[in-house]
Structure formats: structure tokens, C-alpha cells
Design a protein around this ligand. Structure first.
Ligand code: NAD
Length: 297
């Protein structure tokens, strides 16, 4: 049994920490939200009124926080209080530059650091089937592996510090682009008089097949169950997709790499959120795209 400090007990952090607890580990929990702390206490976790107290005595520290600025602030607070040799795993989705700074802060104090963002959403967090994409040293990855494998079904060591966030941002940029592509194809098919069934049967078995069509079809009534069948209730919320696309664009700015489709997808998700997309699944952008008039060429 290990002692694990868990910082950030929101939609993702709570079920992830519960899986660690169910596996027999002692959890020391902290969240700035009192409601989250009360919920954690109700689940039998030890709770603390600040992050530094939660991490003292911990063998492992997991952070699951909203953004890079908060992660860095929390790292500045917890690293001096942590045990030398402890492994600190940041599973938040944050920008690559902040992830690298977090590694530097932790490693300067003799901690093993891993950036390990996830895919799989709240369902994967509850089921313990998340995919972790990790960046950091081999020693850090090996130290974290027994704990990641409780919370996740697939672990990929992508490279040095920041590599996990780099993989996540590239994957989710492609996902945003491919979802918009799937929505455009089904919308145009409808305008051409094709049924959604016929479009799905062809695309899902032809060269247009992709996760956004085959697994997560944005049209109700075709393909496996998806948020489209539940009035676009998330799922993966459109605002989180915009967050990830914006991270991809800051990574593109930082490297000088052109990502014109990523840039356009970012603008379309921003527009969608301003026109009814708040609180909806990211596949709901099909409803917004259908309302857009074609500009004259
Ligand atoms: P959330 O907003 O539900 O949870 C974040 C928690 O962090 C909240 O409980 C908040 O009170 C707490 N918090 C904020 N500042 C804090 C601080 N300084 N110290 C301690 N706690 C603090 O968000 P979430 O959906 O759980 O997402 C967490 C991270 O996981 C994000 O980076 C998100 O992008 C990523 N992610 C989310 C999903 C998803 O489907 N929800 C999927 C993959 C990745």
C-alpha cells in the first residue's frame, strides 16, 4: 500500500482517486472547492485544508487541475513540502511549455516527474480504462506505472518531459478537425437527399472511416450509441475541445509549425460555443454547421 496525495478532485480527479483508493492505497486529498473536499471525506479519504499538507508523507502525488497556470502555482506550493524521491504525476491537460516548467521545478527538488494527460473522459476515469500518454524519464515512468495502470487501461511512454502533453495536443487537434469533417460530410449528404443510414454505411466502410464517424457518429440514430443519440449531452464537452485546440495553436505558435486546419477548427469551435454550444458535446457542432450559409466563391 502506498500513500498517494491527490490534488484536484473534479469530474476526472474524483473517480481516478476513488480507483486508487479501491485498490488499497491511502489517499490524502486536496481541492480548493469545499464541496469536493467534503465529497472526498465522505468517500473515506483524508482531506487537508491546503495542498502542501496533503503531499507531505506521500510516496506519489497526482494533480488533475484545470490549466497550466494553476498547475505551476500548485507545483510551487507542493514541491518544497514533498518527500525527496516521491513521484509527481500531472494528469491535467496543459500547454507543453508549462509542463516542461513543472518538470524543471520538481526535478530541481529531487522529485521524479511525469506529465501524463489522459484520454477517455469521465467514463474512462470511472471505469479505470483511461489512456495515459506520459512524458518524463524512464525512472519516473517506471515509478508511476503501478498507479497509472490502476487508473488506466493503456499507458504510452511518449518521451521526455512534455512529450505526453505534445501527444495529447496533436491527437486532440486531429480529433477536432476530423469531427468537423464528419459533420460536414453528413450535412452535405443530407442536403443531397442521402439518408444518414446510407451515408454511414458507405463512409464507415470506405476511405472516410474514422473514429468521429465509426465510433462517435455526430448524427443521431446511426452507428453505435453516441452523444448525438442523447441530444448532444457530453461526452466530451465542446468547451474542453476548444481548450485543447487552443493548446494546439499555442504549441504551433511556439514551434512555428503551420496548422491551418487546426487554426480553422479552433475558430469554428469558438463560434459554436458562442452560438449554443456551451454545455453541449463537441459533436453537436453539426447543428451549428448546418445553420451556416455557404459563402459565395
Ligand atoms: P474539473 O473542473 O471538474 O476539476 C478540476 C478541479 O480542480 C476542481 O474540483 C477545482 O476545484 C480544482 N482546483 C482548481 N484549482 C485548484 C487548486 N489551485 N488546488 C487544488 N484544486 C484546484 O475538471 P475535470 O473535467 O476534472 O478536468 C481536469 C483536467 O483533465 C483538465 O485539465 C481537463 O482538460 C482534463 N481532461 C478532462 C476530460 C473530461 O472529459 N472532463 C478528459 C480528458 C482530460
Amino acid at each position: 500500500m502506498s500513500t498517494i496525495a491527490f490534488i484536484g478532485l473534479g469530474n476526472m480527479g474524483m473517480p481516478m482517486s476513488l480507483n486508487l483508493k479501491a485498490a488499497g492505497h491511502e489517499i490524502r486529498a486536496f481541492d480548493t472547492s469545499e464541496a469536493a473536499r467534503e465529497k472526498a471525506a465522505g468517500e473515506g479519504m483524508a482531506t487537508f485544508d491546503n495542498a502542501a499538507k496533503a503531499v507531505s508523507d506521500a510516496d506519489v502525488i497526482v494533480t488533475m487541475l484545470p490549466n497550466g497556470e494553476i498547475v505551476l502555482r500548485v507545483f510551487e506550493e507542493i514541491v518544497p513540502a514533498a518527500r525527496k524521491g516521491a513521484v509527481v504525476i500531472d494528469s491535467s491537460t496543459i500547454d507543453v511549455a508549462s509542463a516542461r516548467k513543472a518538470h524543471a521545478i520538481a526535478e530541481a527538488a529531487g522529485l521524479k516527474a511525469l506529465d501524463a494527460p489522459v484520454s477517455g473522459g469521465v467514463g474512462g476515469a470511472a471505469a479505470g480504462t483511461l489512456t495515459f500518454m506520459a512524458g518524463g524519464s524512464k525512472q519516473a515512468f517506471e515509478a508511476a506505472e503501478p498507479y497509472l495502470s490502476i487508473m488506466g487501461g493503456r499507458l504510452v511512454h511518449c518521451g521526455e518531459g512534455g512529450a505526453g502533453q505534445a501527444a495529447k495536443v496533436c491527437n486532440n487537434m486531429l480529433l477536432g478537425i476530423s469531427m468537423i469533417g464528419a459533420c460536414e460530410a453528413f450535412s452535405l449528404a443530407g442536403k443531397l437527399g442521402l439518408s444518414a443510414e446510407a451515408a454511414f454505411d458507405v463512409i464507415s466502410t470506405s476511405s472516410g472511416f474514422c473514429w468521429s464517424v465509426n465510433t462517435y457518429c455526430p448524427v443521431p440514430g446511426v452507428g453505435p450509441q453516441s452523444p448525438a443519440d442523447n441530444d448532444y449531452k457530453p461526452g466530451f464537452a465542446a468547451d474542453l475541445m476548444l481548450k485543447d485546440l487552443m493548446l494546439s495553436q499555442s504549441a504551433a505558435d511556439g514551434t512555428g509549425q503551420a496548422t491551418p486546419m487546426g487554426a480553422h477548427a479552433t475558430e469554428l469551435y469558438r463560434d459554436y460555443l458562442e452560438h449554443g454550444g456551451a454545455g453541449k458535446d463537441f459533436s453537436g457542432i453539426i447543428e451549428f454547421l448546418k445553420t451556416m450559409a455557404r459563402e459565395a466563391n
